[in-house]
Design a protein around this ligand. Structure first.
Ligand code: DOR
Ligand code: ZN
Length: 445
């Protein structure tokens, strides 16, 4: 039953005639909010500020559990002013930011210093990861209140955050005590080094052979065994191959393991990478058509629980260097949802699955209590989409500081019209129209 608000005054903001996800179904309701929280869901609610959502679909603000907003240390690639506006453009109201900064975020001091900078510029809500390192056991217990989770790099993907076997074990034990998720970049460093020796003529077209499916699967096997022995929750980031999915599937039933996928692994193959060039150089590598099909099947079957952007911008100049020098990573926070809406329009995925993987599951897995669903008392974060509006991805229309996309020129059906953060309309039809100070969703004090 849909409950009606029983309050005798006009709500501050009312979204009228919303087709939205409410208690397991898509329903047509009005949603009222005040002081940044949802306080009414029902029919014929009046308000001081009204947005008519007739013909549109309303998601809870999306949560992207994997971004690199590059602060501190690489502000020439991205910063929170640009990154968080790019998130709003993509319908995302909460991001979890990675620790491979300069300095790396490995202890309370570096975390709090990062937070000081982030809180000045963030205009979406956020959480910050701690990187797993040898320091992990000497950190105070209070740290658990400040972090989104622990990020563990099993290869030297970017920065030198490579975690050895001993550090991996400590990270899982610590995460279990802190009740935090260990988010893992799973690629086996030794296998990468061996593969590098095999291929003399390196180039973008063999990136997926150097960082092959076995390389990911070996790392996943190792990390699954650490997770199992400690009972900590493991989230395997950006899964990219059929082989890895097969390794992980038997463990999903435990409820202590999840995996995420990125749009670039869902929409591109190694053949596209060869055409796009270094802009599509990313780790884990983008693999074959067979792998891509397996990812879509796993996404549909709910084996994959999260869609994450791994927004990892670099400048064009950096990407224009030779293959061996060009850094890995590509931007994606503002193209994630448009690409998924287009996939919905093509019949590849249901709206319910997009909602689960971009809103509900990220909130559940990472323990973000006030977000990820539309219900009483939740944050009034909304992403209003027009499923029929066509758009083309053009670098001029993007908000990320890096100013390019590997999906440049893609023509999509489905578009984010408006993004609302805690009751404030921040993004509307191509422009940032207002901003609200982003808050750390893990409290921190
Ligand atoms: O391609 C990547 N780029 N993979 C990562 O794991 C890190 C990222 C970056 O920070 O640039
Ligand atoms: Zn990443």
């Amino acid at each position: 039953m849909i409950t009606q608000h029983g309050l005798g005054y006009d709500m501050a903001l009312v979204l009228k005639n919303c087709k939205t996800f409410y208690r397991g179904k898509i329903r047509c309701v009005d949603i009222a909010s005040d002081y940044g929280k949802i306080i009414g869901i029902g029919k014929r609610i009046s308000g001081t500020e009204v947005i008519n959502c007739k013909g549109l679909l309303v998601f809870p603000g999306l949560i992207d559990v994997h971004v690199h907003f590059r602060v501190p240390g690489a502000e020439h690639k991205e910063d929170w002013k640009h990154g968080s506006r790019a998130a709003l453009h993509g319908g995302i109201t909460c991001v979890l930011d990675m620790p491979n900064n300069n300095p790396q975020i490995l202890d309370e001091k570096s975390l709090l210093e990062k937070k000081k900078i982030v809180e000045k510029d963030a205009c979406v809500d956020y959480g910050l990861y701690l990187g797993a390192s040898a320091k992990i056991n000497s950190l105070g217990e209070g740290l658990s209140k400040q972090i989104a989770g622990i990020k563990l790099y099993m290869s030297s993907a970017s920065g030198e955050l490579l975690a050895t076997g001993k550090i991996q074990k400590m990270a899982f034990e610590r995460a279990f005590r802190m009740r935090k998720v260990v988010a893992v970049h799973a690629e086996d460093e030794d296998r990468i080094r061996d593969n590098e020796k095999k291929f003399k003529d390196k180039g973008i077209s063999i990136h997926h052979k150097i960082r092959d499916d076995t390389c990911e699967a070996i790392a996943i096997e190792k990390v699954l065994s650490s997770a199992k022995s400690t009972s900590a929750f493991l989230h395997v980031c950006h899964i990219s191959s059929k082989m890895s999915l097969e390794k992980i599937k038997p463990f999903l039933k435990s409820g202590k393991v999840s995996c995420g996928v990125t749009p670039h692994h869902l929409f591109l193959t190694e053949k596209d990478v060869a055409k796009i060039g270094n802009k599509a150089k990313v780790n884990p590598s983008i693999k074959t058509k067979k792998d891509r099909s397996a990812l879509w099947a796993a996404l549909k079957a709910s084996y994959i629980k999260v869609i994450e952007s791994d927004h990892a911008p670099h400048t064009l100049e950096e990407k224009n260097a030779d293959y061996e020098i060009a850094p890995s990573g590509l931007p994606g926070v503002e193209t994630l949802l448009p690409l998924m809406l287009n996939a919905y329009n093509k019949g590849f995925i249901s709206l319910k699955r997009i909602f689960e993987c971009c809103c509900q599951n990220p909130a559940k897995i990472f323990g973000i209590k006030n977000k990820g669903s539309i219900d009483f008392g939740k944050d009034a974060d909304f992403c209003i989409v027009n499923l029929k509006r066509k758009q083309e991805i053009k670098s001029e229309g993007l908000f990320s500081k890096c100013g390019w996309s590997a999906f440049e020129g893609w023509k999509l059906t489905g578009c984010v019209e408006k993004t609302i953060l805690r009751g404030v309309l921040c993004y509307d039809s191509g422009s940032i129209v207002d901003s609200k100070k982003g808050l750390d969703v893990f409290g921190g004090d």
